[in-house]
Design a protein around this ligand. Structure first.
Ligand code: TRP
Length: 332
């Protein structure tokens, strides 16, 4: 039996190179070896976007187009929409009784997000609870492996606490889950910020046209002390070299360029032009496949509907077990 993986994204916009490096590449690899469920977590996206349902709906399509365009194969991976499986909300409701308010308020990722979004005490209750709902997402599928970014580790910790508590109170239903953080997982933003993010405005998207890629690379953070071409420059912390390290297939030439840059005599524009070429090589086929796929909305809906139905059957089985364990199986 293949092990079950669950991963997911909040649909709040198109996917970018950070997603590509941090999760998409990994998912393309994993879909052959594992039983992989990929969740478009629209319910979670609504926890801080309640007044923007149109944006979330549109993003569901953007995200699935990005998935398919990079090579996630709906015949190998199950792509599903969270909100269309109400059993997940039911499970989240039961889990909420097993976690204290003090505990949810301690989640470091949620704390950081509340600060970033300047919610203060006005934070939606649903937002504070989303780690519990995410635990339900994971356990509803009885996933044992969850590939996540570093910032999601507190969610896995919360999930495992729920596993222990549920099993202790109602009898053994769930197994503990394992987080897997892909190596080389975090791509910095074009501005040099630690993380590329849509809300940070420092992202290059998998659907960006060449012109936009060029403009973004031209504004990229390099080395502020490298004023003249003849000046010796730094490659560490220089985003153009950081990106070449990640994306340029010709490592030897990149090493050669680094040497030249450090010595002096190599201008930013030359290196940036190279990076534009490298990124366009990667993004062009993705962008073109995406445009093709976008022409047939019906096909996209069918893929989502089929995936969601397959997924729902799995979650329904879990919920039957849960209701039995919780003495909620009144009608047989
Ligand atoms: N919270 C995750 C993120 O922001 C997205 C997500 C929702 C998720 N449900 C999930 C990730 C279940 C893994 C498993 O990236």
């Amino acid at each position: 039996m293949k092990q079950t993986i669950l991963t997911g994204d909040r649909p709040t916009g198109r996917l970018h190179l950070g997603h590509y490096v941090g999760s998409l590449q990994n998912r393309i690899k994993m879909q052959d070896e594992y039983r992989q469920f990929i969740m478009i977590a629209d319910g979670q996206a609504l926890t801080d976007n309640a007044e923007n349902p149109e944006k979330i709906r549109e993003s569901v399509f953007d995200v699935v187009l990005d998935y398919l365009a990079v090579g996630i194969d709906p015949n190998k991976s199950v792509i599903l929409i969270q909100s269309q499986i109400p059993e997940l909300s039911e499970l989240a409701m039961y889990f909420m009784n097993l976690v204290s308010l003090a505990r949810v308020e301690q989640n470091p990722t949620v704390k950081t997000e509340i600060k970033q979004k300047k919610f203060g005490r006005g934070v939606p209750a649903g937002f504070v609870m989303y780690p519990i709902s995410q635990a339900a997402d994971i356990l509803g599928f009885k996933a044992t492996v969850v590939p996540v970014g570093e910032d999601q580790l507190p969610m896995i910790e919360q999930t495992n606490e729920i596993v222990d508590r549920f099993n202790a109170v109602y009898g053994k239903v769930f197994d503990r889950v394992k987080a897997v953080v892909p190596e080389n997982a975090r791509l910095p933003g074009i501005d040099g910020a630690a993380k590329m993010g849509k809300s940070l405005g420092n992202a290059i998207y998998l659907s960006d046209p060449l012109k936009v890629i060029s403009e973004k690379v031209m504004t990229m953070y390099t080395d502020p002390t490298h004023l003249k071409v003849s000046d010796p420059g730094h490659v560490k912390g220089n985003m153009v070299f950081t990106y070449l390290d990640v994306f340029d297939p010709n490592k030897d030439e990149v090493e050669e360029l680094k040497k030249q840059y450090k010595k002096g005599g190599l201008g930013d524009v030359v290196v940036k032009k190279r990076l534009i070429g490298v990124l366009e090589n990667l993004i062009k086929p993705i962008r073109e496949r995406r445009e093709e796929l976008a022409k047939d909305q019906n096909n996209i809906i069918k893929i989502l509907e089929k995936g969601t139905l397959v997924a729902q059957e799995v979650v329904q089985e879990t919920l039957e077990e849960v209701r039995r364990a919780m003495r909620l199986d009144y009608f047989g």
